[in-house]
Design a protein around this ligand. Structure first.
Ligand code: MN
Length: 245
């Protein structure tokens, strides 16, 4: 496969282990581009903001819940482009893998650039957008900070600020207004609920040919899944503990 904008994404991940989707460039969107924010309980809880642009999601890891107070700027660390398939991903990345931890779909919807050339604005480090999501609304700005000299050993990393613009959706003086939003916009589940079910999702996705020992585990975890599948009678709760590593 030739190098693409998703090569860094693919290199960081072992798709035999992680339930995340492999990176493929998606179709270009129409005028309304998608966005997603994933709340990610990795080493540190953060919010992954992803804006669809030219068949990939441009991505930032925001260290705190987005602030509705225009005076409170949030640090947004630029990370690798993600595939469009990632926009519906909710589940648990196994510990030990890149980004290990549970991912929750915290917001999604569409965004429009305020200017006529978002590619140029991104390159210049000042992108103004309008969100039409479930929790994110109205005008926001992404402003790149001057790069710090991180030394030759480290990968340069670009820090941005995510800032709410003053409009009818802003809440001056309430920087943490969105911190109480802790459920998935897709499933209504909390991170803990997603984590307890994901053990079933990623194990049962594995091919039994590739990994014969996955069979009894998958059966045991299926028992934890609500409604959709019939729980095998033989499932023992004790088997569940082995899945947590
Ligand atoms: Mn993340």
């Amino acid at each position: 496969m030739p190098a693409s904008r998703l090569t860094p994404y693919n290199k960081k991940r072992d798709f035999a282990v992680t339930p995340e989707p492999p990176g493929r460039i998606g179709k270009s969107a129409g005028k309304k581009r998608r966005f997603v924010i994933q709340r990610h309980a990795a080493t540190r809880l953060h919010f992954d903001l992803r804006l669809e642009l030219d068949g990939v999601y441009k991505s930032w890891a925001v260290t705190k819940p987005p602030s509705l107070d225009p005076a409170t700027k949030r640090l947004a660390v630029e990370v690798e482009d993600h595939p469009i398939d990632y926009g519906t991903f909710e589940g648990t990345i196994p510990q030990g893998e890149y980004g290990g931890g549970t991912v929750q779909l915290w917001d999604n919807g569409t965004w429009t650039p305020q200017g006529d050339n978002p590619q140029r604005d991104l390159a210049r480090g000042s992108l103004k957008v309008c969100f039409d999501g479930k929790r994110m609304h109205g005008g926001w700005a992404l402003i790149r900070l001057r790069d710090k000299d991180t030394g030759f050993r480290k990968q340069p990393r670009h820090n941005w600020l995510l800032i709410k613009e003053t409009d009818e959706y802003a809440k001056p003086g309430e920087p943490d207004a969105l911190a109480s939003e802790v459920t998935s916009v897709k499933s209504g589940r909390t991170l803990e609920e997603i984590a307890s079910r994901s053990r079933k999702v990623w194990h049962s996705n594995r091919s039994e040919k590739k990994e014969p020992e996955a069979k009894p585990r998958a059966a045991a975890t299926r028992a934890k899944a609500p409604a959709k599948r019939k729980a095998p009678a033989a499932a023992k709760p004790a088997a569940k503990k082995k899945l947590r590593k």
